[in-house]
Design a protein around this ligand. Structure first.
Ligand code: ZN
Length: 301
């Protein structure tokens, strides 16, 4: 079946699944693999279609359509909203055929969705939810993107998004997902185990804080004065107490960040002295930092 990418002056035909396209070799030189292949003398008995050599590729046509659009309608491609499927196609083909510019773009887009700065995950992991609010999107596609992201990261060697993708799966309550969640179907049993183990450890970490909000497991507690301890403990417990109605479990990094960014004087902490307030924020930032650093270890990545 000819495609919209059938140019009369094209000089190579690609056959992918049941589709063909007649395009320009010059366009394909962005790929190291095609460059090398096209540099080789072509054997006389090469398959020929419409006067051009024809190459059969064992990829998905859907993936190639993304790359063809990138090759031939570059500006439109860069300006339209990016859907996850387009990222998948771009990443698969660009990795396999070594198209570094396209791969760099796809990796950057993935890293924007599942950032290293895990506390930012709440806002940045949802831009592909075109036309829906972030909340609706999370309910509608609860884990599909994230578990797909894990498989994609493994398939195409983008390990940098794994902590974000695992963390995003672990903070959601799977029974709240509209589709029932497909992670158990698409993920390997080893990855599923990583999510469960990570989720348990996050939960343990939270429980430890709720039991002893101002304590530290690794060193003596900071020297809070006796009068400041009760309001501070109340504040920590109130902010981090699990909410049974939330579709998320312990989204601790987001909650800690929200505490750190709370604007203006905090009524619950009005009676806390300046020194204890300082100790409190030090503890808060310290917990945020150590938790963020330990996420890959919690998920055995
Ligand atoms: Zn004090």
């Amino acid at each position: 079946m000819p495609s919209p990418y059938w140019f009369e002056d094209g000089d190579i035909v690609l056959a992918v699944e049941a589709h063909t396209c007649k395009i320009h070799r010059a366009k394909l030189t962005c790929s190291l693999i095609f460059s090398d292949m096209l540099d080789l003398p072509q054997p006389v008995e090469t398959d020929s279609v419409d006067g051009c050599p024809s190459v059969t590729l064992y990829d998905s046509w859907k993936d190639w359509l993304v790359v063809l659009e990138w090759l031939y309608a570059h500006d439109a491609f860069r300006n339209k909203p990016i859907v996850f499927d387009a990222l998948v196609g771009a990443l698969r083909i660009s990795t396999k055929y070594e198209i570094s510019e396209l791969r760099d773009w796809a990796v950057a887009e993935l890293c924007a969705r599942w950032p290293r700065e895990l506390e930012l995950l709440s806002t940045q992991s949802l831009p592909h939810a075109a036309g829906k609010s972030a909340r609706q999107a999370l309910h509608a596609r609860p884990d599909g993107y994230r578990s797909e992201a894990i498989n994609l990261a493994r398939e195409c060697d983008v390990p940098e998004i794994l902590p974000g993708a695992f963390y995003a799966l672990a903070v959601q309550k799977w029974h709240c997902s509209a589709e029932g969640g497909r992670s158990h179907v698409v993920l390997s049993s080893a990855d599923l185990r990583r999510i469960i183990a990570g989720r348990e450890r996050l939960q343990d970490y939270l429980v430890q804080i709720v039991i002893d909000p101002l304590g530290r497991s690794d060193e003596p507690p900071p020297p809070f004065c006796a009068g400041c301890v009760p309001p501070l403990e109340r504040y920590w417990r109130e902010k981090l107490a699990p909410d049974p109605t939330s579709p998320y479990g312990s989204w601790l990094l987001r909650d800690l960040l929200a505490m750190a960014k709370e604007d203006g004087p905090i009524p619950m902490l009005q009676t806390v002295c300046a020194n204890c307030s300082f100790l409190h924020y030090s503890l808060l930032y310290d917990r945020m930092r150590t938790l963020k650093q330990s996420i890959p270890r919690l998920f055995q990545l």
